[in-house]
Design a binder for this molecule. Structure first.
Ligand code: SF4
Length: 309
């Protein structure tokens, strides 16, 4: 990358994007929510799941999606169906606006009549289908054909704002998201970053509980400020000293005793003995817990902490 290009980056210079990318993909591939549409590359099934999930919680979509595909297993079957039956199904399953069912039926007709039964593979091509907007087109291009752009939805914005300090501006989010996405990897990448926003970087973040792979780089994790464009006030508990005190108690509960330098990295991945989050900071937390009668700190050769029994 030239100097001119590097000045133009939407990501902070001190972030190793390669490591950031690898950590997220590894975390996603090790474990993620197993929705049935994540197991298929069939654009028809993926389009149906995307349209259904616009209005309905994912757990409920699982059942409706299975029933829909049992009834109309292919795009040809849906195109041949009677529109009123599709709308009735939609309404029975309480899937939100019935117009979505009409559009889906119409789109199936377009695929069969105008595209010879083969879905277009690019976001632009997919947007020609009835009722398919930019977000859905990109999702189908990514998950079915691995040919999408970086997804930017509210979850992704929250992650980028907190983790790499992207300002609350749509163009900046687009730029940062595209820079981060590895070329030609939209399927795994968009799934992974949306999963991060869905199970770890939620409005009330679960950084440690979900073992967020970005903790060591994350600006919010370091500063304790977990506000975001859709979280205007600091979420309760997370980011406060109370959160870290809770973590100390939990970790000490799993060990007889720990030295400061053994305990520290279990409380924050960015613990360094002499750093801003180092021994002094940890001693402060332990001091609060001693005052509360929860912990004992002993100075022998080294400082050792254990839960008061
Ligand atoms: S460390 Fe926490 S705030 Fe940062 S990206 Fe991960 S879940 Fe979000």
């Amino acid at each position: 990358m030239t100097d001119a290009e590097s000045e133009d980056t939407a990501l902070p210079d001190d972030i190793d994007d390669g490591a950031l990318r690898a950590a997220l993909v590894e975390w996603y591939e090790a474990d993620h929510r197993d929705y049935p549409w994540r197991r298929t590359e069939d654009p028809y099934g993926i389009l149906v799941s995307e349209v259904m999930s616009q209005q309905t919680q994912l757990d409920r979509v699982v059942e409706a999606w299975g029933a829909f595909l049992d009834r109309w297993p292919t795009v040809e079957a849906l195109a041949d169906a009677d529109r009123s039956e599709v709308v009735a199904f939609w309404s029975d399953q309480r899937l939100g606006y019935n117009n979505r069912a009409r559009y889906l039926h119409e789109a199936a007709g377009q695929v069969v009549d105008d595209w010879g039964g083969e879905f277009p593979e690019t976001p632009d091509g997919l947007q020609e289908l009835m009722g398919v907007g930019p977000y859905t087109a990109n999702a189908v291009a990514s998950f079915a054909f691995n040919a999408g752009d970086a997804v930017v939805d509210t979850n992704v914005k929250r992650v980028l704002y907190r983790a790499v300090g992207v300002p609350d501006d749509d163009e900046e989010f687009e730029r940062a998201a595209s820079e981060l996405m590895p070329d030609g990897e939209s399927r795994v990448w968009n799934n992974a970053i949306m999963e991060l926003g869905g199970v770890a970087c939620e409005k009330q973040p679960r950084c440690d509980e979900a073992e967020c792979p970005w903790r060591r780089w994350c600006h919010a994790y370091e500063t304790g400020d977990f506000t975001a464009p859709d979280v205007p006030t600091q979420p309760q508990f997370e980011g406060s000293r109370r959160q870290f005190r809770g973590r100390v108690v939990r970790v000490l509960g799993e060990h007889d005793e720990l030295t400061l330098d053994d305990l520290g990295p279990k409380i924050r991945v960015d613990y360094t003995p002499d750093g801003a989050y180092g021994r002094e900071w940890l001693r402060g937390l332990l001091g609060d817990l001693e005052d509360d009668g929860l912990v004992e700190v002993t100075d022998r050769d080294d400082t050792v902490a254990h839960l008061r029994r």
